[in-house]
Design a protein around this ligand. Structure first.
Ligand code: FAD
Length: 514
């Protein structure tokens, strides 16, 4: 059970997509020895996702990758909504959410997200082991994974294995976990194209028409534009010809002529959630655990957020006795499977509206495209409504209030976010002056936030796993413990005993420091 540096291996990650890379990075930053393998020969592949949500940026921030992501993407995307002959500009950048350091969606290629995560891992001495395919595993004193590399079979032993191997997951199949749900009767057509005509460059175009929505993103990888739209399945044709794609653009009232198709692909999409997320020391995350329609841009984001939930728990559990990690590890499946079910429902409804072939969604889209233009600015002026919708899409409303790690101690802490909710960003006063709360907790650790007058005898953990901050602007007494993924784990008035028990529960007690 060793890592390349001879240390015992805590976590083996199978799959170097965005979920696996994030899982490896986060577990590493919390002190785990990790390896990550992928069956692909190397990194390059075409992007599918283009939207990174504020919550995803929040969970990645302690791992030092968000500046690079922001530099590669567009956090002030301009969208032109095409409704028949009318074009309605929508300034997405205007939707500035108040209680987060990332007030907007980020438009960025999945390939760039993966490259940033790989670079971060490389900077920590962890390289993806390409051309290494997981064949199966056995749970023996941890887990032993059988892999093949260039035709040679090998075994990798680890305390935990995380299957981030996508929707056709070998890990899920080997664990005998059923893949509940079904395939949509649509394909998503993706193509990189060059256009001539009346299409403003540098802007995302969304055309609404009776047949469905068509997205034209200024983020092509082999040509200027990436087009994305749901279509009936076309088994005869894996590639898309120019004439066919031109017809789709014309029907969507996009007034431009395709001059070149550089690349195209059709992908089937599914709606499924794995029946279990865990089988002993083996966990599923990302598309291996759930598959959604692309509507609302949730798949990659949910996968990275799975990893933010699981990464620190595995690292902390690796330091606990095998029988001492029960609640910590159980909480992953309880929190994230429920989250996936909620996302599934959301993306199902959005996909019905976006691409449903029945009479009702077609009529709704038809009516919106012919009469919706004057309504859009009116709707956008309803700030609270827009903010609510954006927060749902951005996964900022996710909570684990009923989870086994969400504990309300005795007394009222006076802090608005209860145990299980994400701690909102705000300006606070600390010893060094005024600071944003999310800046203060942007390091990979459990953060104890003490109100001004709280008595606290526990020392910070020497390994940095536990950090203690006194918030001068929070009057009276109160203790709030924030998990490494930004959710409140424990909240109370002055229940230091309860706080100590919570830290013990998750393996963050200073007494456990190595
Ligand atoms: C058209 C389209 C648009 C989308 N748009 C968005 C969007 O805007 N926002 C969003 O959040 N999501 C979006 N998604 C979803 C997103 O692309 C996926 O959810 C995301 O790629 C999942 O990442 P993952 O790491 O879990 O799995 P994957 O990306 O599938 O990665 C799995 C990895 O595991 C490797 N692997 C598989 N089997 C093995 C094995 N046996 N051994 C070793 N390695 C193995 C594979 O080679 C691969 O590298 C979109 C999807 C589609 C189809």
């Amino acid at each position: 059970m060793t890592a390349p540096d001879g240390q015992p291996l805590d976590v083996l990650v199978v799959g170097a997509g965005p979920t696996g890379l994030a899982a490896a990075l986060i577990a590493h930053d919390h002190g785990a020895h990790v390896r990550i393998v992928d069956r692909r020969p190397d990194a390059p592949r075409f992007s599918r996702a283009f939207l990174v949500q504020p919550r995803t940026l929040e969970v990645l921030r302690p791992h030092g990758v968000t500046d690079e992501l922001l530099a590669l993407g567009d956090s002030n995307p301009q969208v032109h909504l095409h409704l028949r002959r009318r074009c309605v500009p929508v300034d997405v950048g205007e939707i500035r959410l108040p209680d987060t350091a990332f007030p907007n969606f980020l438009l960025v290629r999945q390939a760039d997200v993966e490259a940033v995560l790989r670079r971060a891992l490389r900077g920590r001495g962890v390289e993806v082991e390409w051309e290494t395919q997981c064949e199966s595993f056995r749970a023996v004193d941890g887990v032993v994974c059988d892999v093949t590399h260039q035709g040679i079979r090998r075994h990798i032993a680890a305390r935990f294995l995380v299957g981030c191997d996508g929707s056709t997951s070998t890990v899920r199949a080997t664990a005998g976990i059923s893949w509940d749900g079904s395939v949509y009767p649509h394909e998503i057509l993706l193509a990189d194209i060059e256009l001539e005509g009346d299409v403003q460059t540098g802007v995302t175009h969304v055309a609404v028409h009776r047949d469905g929505l068509l997205f034209l993103l200024p983020l092509g990888e082999t040509a200027r534009w990436r087009v994305l739209t749901a279509q009936p399945p076309n088994r005869a044709q894996a590639q898309t010809d120019r004439q066919h794609l031109q017809k789709i653009l014309d029907r969507a009232d996009v007034h431009a002529r395709i001059t070149r198709i550089a690349w195209s692909e059709r992908v089937r999409v599914q709606h499924r959630v794995a029946s279990r997320y865990r089988c002993g020391p083996v966990f599923l995350a990302g598309d291996a655990a759930h598959a959604f329609s692309p509507a609302g841009g949730q798949g990659m984001n949910t996968g990275i957020q799975d990893s933010a939930d699981l990464g620190w728990k595995l690292a902390f559990a690796a330091r606990l006795r095998p029988d001492g990690d029960a609640a910590l590890l159980r909480s992953y499946a309880e929190e994230r499977r429920r989250a996936a079910q909620q996302v599934l429902l959301l993306t199902h409804v959005l996909f019905w509206a976006e691409a449903g072939r029945g009479r009702v969604p077609s009529l709704l889209r038809g009516a919106f495209s012919s009469t919706g233009a004057p309504l859009v600015p009116v709707l956008l002026r309803r700030r609270r409504l827009v903010a609510h919708a954006v927060r749902v899409l951005a996964q900022l409303r996710r909570h684990y209030r009923r989870g086994p790690l969400s504990v309300e101690g005795s007394g009222d802490s006076g802090v608005a976010a209860p145990a299980g909710e994400r701690i909102p960003d705000e300006e606070v006063a600390v010893d060094g002056g005024r600071q944003r709360l999310h800046d203060l907790i942007a390091t990979p650790a459990v953060h104890v936030l003490l109100h001004r007058d709280t008595q606290w005898g526990m020392p910070p953990a020497p390994d940095g796993r536990l950090r203690v901050h006194r918030i001068r602007s929070w009057s009276g007494t109160g203790i709030v413990i924030v998990r490494p993924d930004g959710y409140v784990g424990f909240r109370s008035g002055s229940d230091t005993q309860g706080a100590a028990e919570w830290l013990e529960l998750v393996g963050a007690s200073p007494a456990r420091s190595t």
